[in-house]
Design a protein around this ligand. Structure first.
Ligand code: UGA
Length: 440
């Protein structure tokens, strides 16, 4: 059945939620306090790069199933379901700042009419729904027609539309039977198309999201620690990952060693999860170790650059990739940018290129040089670092690359090149967790 859905917050999660909810047939209003953002959305502009999102949003606004407004009050009044997708930025101590979540929940409590389900979708520490519940009761008094549920998202940036339209799992945590019924109805088109709906209590749903992200980050950090050992043992971390991945109990995914993880989720979620565990009286040092290994992954690439270049001062370094991963223009907690910062601190001239993230990178690091394309970045470079695994970098013409560089030195922070091919092409090549090719 068609439902009236309101989405508060039109960031990455919110906008994808707007478009996907409309695409499965609901009437959706996307709300944002940022007037400029709403005006831009009215004009059809997307606030960030996400493949296929603009097309889906245009299709749904064209069909009048999706509208945007700055007016939370009137949107909320008519809603059956209100998704809260506002930001939860980290405080300086790593704890998630939940003021925007609280404000959104209280606003819904003030304006909702009739049976309304408030669904938290922003990644929040376990216990947040209970706090929201208390906040809305304080705002409105007891009201069985207003309930809170948790429905964490599992969207990957760059693949968010596919993840929203064909999710492997849909996780809903609720309490009241009518809340579960509403959520079943809401997601019915996706469940009928094959997605698995998992129903739990609210605290379990909230915690499961942290558990998933921390475990994925653990796999990456494990692969990076293995890379350090492989480098010392003369073993090959890519082959080790293949062997591990052949065991279905382990799985090959997220065992790619490299510069480590970034983005708006893993670093922030790990901190928030650690903070939550401590607040609950449980010390969880494994979470801190995952972060430490992630810092070490950048150090390891920096060491290879030093080994290849000797002194960094005055050397020109081409940084291929600035986004935290391919398929996005997102540079939040981006390992490539952290690397750029540290190279520049040591006096290197860093010239970056990224297919999508240049404007965001420039805003974050104004001293970073920017190039027109990969070859432009490589022109006169004493060293190239492959920092984000955009597929186009793996296809670079090695002869041309060597021809434009001042010295044939490549440090591969994402294991995108074949060491034998690099040796054949005459490069000194430093991969991650694999045997380097030394200058001939
Ligand atoms: C992640 C999760 O994958 C989603 O399931 C989750 O919904 C989302 O966080 C969230 O909490 O919102 P995302 O941040 O988009 O999604 O990025 P990932 O594709 O998971 O990649 C994270 C980072 O890990 C990237 O920097 C990537 O380069 C790095 N990575 C990934 C590795 O270094 N090695 C790997 O093997 C895999």
């Amino acid at each position: 059945m068609k439902m009236k859905v309101v989405v508060i917050g039109t960031g990455h999660v919110g906008l994808v939620t707007c478009a996907s909810m409309a695409a499965i047939g609901h009437d959706v209003v996307g709300v944002d306090a940022d007037r400029e953002k709403i005006e831009a959305l009215h004009a059809g502009a997307m606030p960030f790069h996400e493949p296929s999102l603009a097309e889906l949003v245009h299709e749904q606004t064209g069909a009048r199933r999706l509208v945007f407004t700055g007016d939370a009050e009137s949107a909320t009044r008519a809603a059956d379901v209100v998704f809260i997708c506002v930001g939860t930025p980290p405080k300086s101590n790593g704890e998630a700042n939940l003021i925007f979540v609280e404000e959104a929940a209280r606003a819904v409590a003030r304006h909702a009419e009739g049976r309304t389900l408030i669904v938290e979708k922003s990644t929040v520490p376990a216990g947040t729904a209970a706090r929201m519940h208390r906040a809305i009761r304080l705002e409105r008094g007891p009201d069985p027609e207003l309930e809170v549920a948790s429905n964490p998202e599992f969207l990957r940036e760059g693949l968010a539309v596919a993840d929203a339209m064909e999710p492997e799992r849909i996780l809903v945590g609720a309490e009241a039977p009518w809340a579960f019924e509403m959520l079943r109805e809401l997601y019915d088109p996706l469940v009928r198309a094959g997605s698995r709906l998992i129903e739990t209590d609210i605290a379990t749903a909230e915690l499961a999201k942290h558990a998933c992200n921390a475990f994925l980050a653990l796999k990456i950090s494990y692969a990076n620690a293995l890379a350090r050992v492989c480098e010392r043992a003369g073993a090959d971390v890519v082959a080790v990952a293949e062997v591990m991945g052949a065991d279905p109990r382990i799985g090959r995914a997220f065992l790619d060693a490299g510069l480590g993880f970034g983005g708006s989720c893993f670093p922030k979620d790990l901190q928030a999860f650690g903070h939550l565990a401590t607040a609950l009286g449980y010390d969880f040092p494994l979470l801190r170790e995952i972060e430490r290994l992630n810092v070490e992954a950048v150090d390891a690439v920096l060491d290879k650059v030093r080994e290849g270049l000797w002194n960094l001062h005055g050397k020109r370094i081409a940084l291929l990739g600035l986004a935290f991963k391919p398929g996005t223009d997102d540079i939040r907690s981006s390992p490539p940018l952290e690397l750029a910062r540290r190279l520049m601190e040591e006096g290197a001239r860093v010239v970056g290129y990224d297919p999508q993230a240049m404007a965001n990178a420039k805003e974050e690091l104004p001293d970073l040089g920017l190039a027109q394309d990969a070859y432009d970045a490589l022109e006169g470079a004493h060293c190239a670092i492959l920092a984000t695994d955009w597929p186009e970098f793996a296809d670079l013409d090695l002869g041309r690359m060597r021809g434009v560089m001042a010295a044939p030195l490549v440090v591969d922070g994402r294991n995108q090149f074949d060491p034998a091919v690099m040796a054949e092409a005459g490069f000194a090549y430093y991969p991650t967790g694999r045997t380097p090719v030394h200058p001939r």
